[in-house]
Design a protein around this ligand. Structure first.
Ligand code: IPM
Ligand code: MN
Length: 352
């Protein structure tokens, strides 16, 4: 099979972790007889510096023409610390999500047997955790009307959802629940917010079409709590954009390191795959960042964008082996030998 992949490395550690995912993907492609054609494109601060725009038209065209997009990370402190900055790397990410119609962000949280004791949570609370968040990604407060009034002394951001936006996300959630343990949790704040009441109402109506799925409705504050008490009690969770942003960061540390969890963003056009972590600028260029979240995002890409299950499984298997054999970056080394980002990538590619 010929795979055309757009490669958006972005900022900070993005290029380093992307390099490892490329090595591993090329190795798995060679093993299974595929040919990958990578097309690099600019995004984030790197794109602002080069062409003044965090998601240039040329990058969009490359993404649209590709079968999948593999994404690193974006964002740099020099933009965060300047409230007056007119263009920000993050705007590129939001523009890209909207332009590619990436309304469903799939963010799994699972544990690795060899890392159970590295988790900030106790073993008995996390063993068996295998949950997945479906975060709505192109609506809500991220894309609502915003502004300033009252001589610049008042600011507002509005959260809006249409029934259609909720329904398409919820349907993906029901479908995913059917393929897993048939449990779906709708996370909202329906005791306060009108948009949440629309979410709940829409999901309740859909329940009739999916009689095998057992649906629960939980308030976001309660979920934030139970997520660290009994993460292994959840399966598929669906939620709006901002709640999903916050809860998935909370969930991402359960496995033992921020640098482990992959994600997929699906929608109307080309799908995109990226690590959950950010651009970790303090580590940029040092060859120390954990590449596994990006490598596992490539596994999700093989599985989801190309239907290549054996290839995805081969990547996951070699990642598990590297963890079991202690071929890990400093975030997981704990006194033992810390491998460089590039050494982990080389090991994975060689052992696949
Ligand atoms: C994420 C990030 C982004 C978001 C930022 C960088 C805009 O935190 O992908 O979760 O809030 O969606
Ligand atoms: Mn986030």
């Amino acid at each position: 099979m010929k795979l055309n992949i757009a490669l958006l490395a972005g900022d900070g550690i993005g290029p380093e972790v992307i390099d490892q995912a490329v090595k591993v993907s090329d190795a798995v492609a060679a093993k299974f007889g595929h040919e990958i054609s990578w097309t690099p494109a600019l995004t984030g601060a790197a794109a602002i510096d080069a062409v003044g725009e965090p998601y240039p038209d040329e990058t969009h065209e490359i993404c649209m023409a590709a079968d999948a997009v593999l994404f690193g990370a974006i964002g740099l402190p020099r933009f965060d610390n300047d409230p007056s900055a007119k263009v920000r790397p993050e705007q590129g990410l939001l523009k890209m999500r909207k332009a590619l119609g990436l309304f469903a962000n799939v963010r799994p949280t699972f544990t690795f047997p060899s890392l159970i004791d590295k988790s900030p949570l106790k073993r008995e609370r996390i063993e068996g955790t295998d949950l997945v968040f479906l975060r709505e990604l192109t609506g809500g407060i991220y894309f609502g009307k915003r502004g300033r009034e009252d001589n610049d002394n008042t600011a507002y951001d509005t959260c809006t959802y249409t029934r259609a936006e909720v329904e398409r996300l919820a349907r993906k959630g029901f479908d995913m629940a059917l393929q897993r343990s048939k449990k779906l949790c709708c996370v909202d704040k329906a005791n306060v917010l009108e948009t949440s009441r629309l979410w709940r109402e829409t999901v309740q109506r859909l329940e009739k079409e999916y009689p095998e799925v057992e649906v629960s409705y939980e308030l976001v504050d309660a979920v934030a709590m139970r997520l660290v008490q009994w993460p292994n009690s959840y399966d598929v969770l669906i939620t709006e954009n901002l709640f999903g942003d916050i809860l998935t960061d909370e969930a991402s540390v359960i496995s033992g390191s921020m640098g482990l969890m992959p994600s997929a963003s699906l929608g109307e056009k080309t799908s995109l795959f990226e690590p959950i972590h950010g651009s970790y600028p303090q580590a940029a260029g040092k060859d120390i960042a954990n590449p596994l979240a990006t490598v596992l995002s490539a596994a999700m890409m093989f599985e989801t964008a190309f239907g290549l299950q054996d290839e995805a499984d081969a990547i996951r298997a070699v990642v598990n082996r590297s963890l079991a054999e202690g071929v890990v970056t400093e975030d997981l080394a704990e006194g033992g030998k810390a491998y460089k980002t590039s050494e982990v990538g080389d090991w994975l590619a060689k052992n696949i």
